[in-house]
Design a binder for this molecule. Structure first.
Ligand SMILES: [Zn+2]
Length: 263
């Protein structure tokens, strides 16, 4: 019998009454397990297998089977705001989707677990969902070997005398970082501009611990640039477009755009 703290990433129906659940765990990294009878009315799992729940898992491994058998899940934290507030829910969904997309099964990294737990707690405590998701994504990319390259050209390796030509850096998602003016001109249709404020934000977010980074704020142009850059880079890293962050909140905001916003 194995035990580990875990966070539910996703779950799907399996057979008559079971669920296959994907977790990120402290001891085993990402894992998938079968929870027998989880869909019965009086399941012993209760709501412990719902998305975003932080629980203690009891499970065992079957020989020659990649699926663990989950025997018990005891809730530690449920994060109710992530079920009640659509924007918070979409921010949390982006976090677990990214963890699911960029981690391998059976490759434990307790730091990733702590980053995810910290992000969910920050959302639960009222953090701005889109900004929290943005910071989380930068942090997670840094912890999974996809740290955006900001020290030298991500395409040719040149050091950066001309990085801030016109005061704007050029980010090439396909190369995973900033590129020099020469490489940028070669890929101009795929480069995104980052103003000095956006670049400073990224560098600080990557350097700071998660709890301190949550104090960073981004608005207006910086926010828009960061969201575009992280979105394109995450799509490259994950190998697919993840469901958008805050899409419901974005729909609600749209009608106001033509009425009160002039610039
Ligand atoms: Zn270059």
């Amino acid at each position: 019998m194995l035990k580990t703290p875990a966070i539910t990433l996703k779950s799907r129906k399996w057979g008559e009454a079971d669920r296959i659940v994907t977790f990120y765990t402290v001891r085993f990294g990402k894992l998938r397990g079968v929870a027998r009878g989880a869909r019965r009315m009086k399941s012993r799992f209760g709501s412990a297998l719902e998305p975003f729940v932080h629980c203690d898992l009891n499970l065992f491994e079957k020989h020659n089977d990649p699926l663990y058998r989950i025997t018990q899940a005891d809730i530690r934290e449920t994060f109710p705001r992530l079920r009640e507030d659509l924007a918070a829910m979409s921010g949390a969904a982006r976090m677990v989707n990214l963890v699911a997309a960029v981690t391998a099964e059976g490759d434990p990294a307790p730091r990733i677990f702590q980053t995810l737990l910290g992000g969910l707690r920050w959302l639960q405590d009222g953090g701005d969902p889109a900004l929290t998701a943005l910071l989380f994504q930068l942090k997670l990319l840094g912890q999974t070997g996809f740290r955006p390259q900001t020290d030298h050209c991500a395409a040719c390796g040149a050091t950066f005398p001309d990085l801030r030509r016109d005061g704007v850096a050029r980010f090439l998602p396909a190369s995973g970082g900033l590129v020099c003016a020469t490489c940028a001109s070669r890929h101009s249709d795929r480069c995104l501009s980052l103003s000095p404020g956006s670049l400073a934000f990224i560098q600080q977010a990557l350097r700071m611990t998660a709890s301190v980074a949550n104090r960073l704020k981004a608005t207006g142009r910086v926010r828009a640039e960061l969201e575009a850059a992280v979105e394109s880079y995450v799509t490259i890293v994950a190998g697919k477009r993840l469901p958008p962050v805050d899409f419901l909140a974005a729909e609600r905001r749209e009608p106001a755009y033509g009425v009160g916003t002039f610039s």
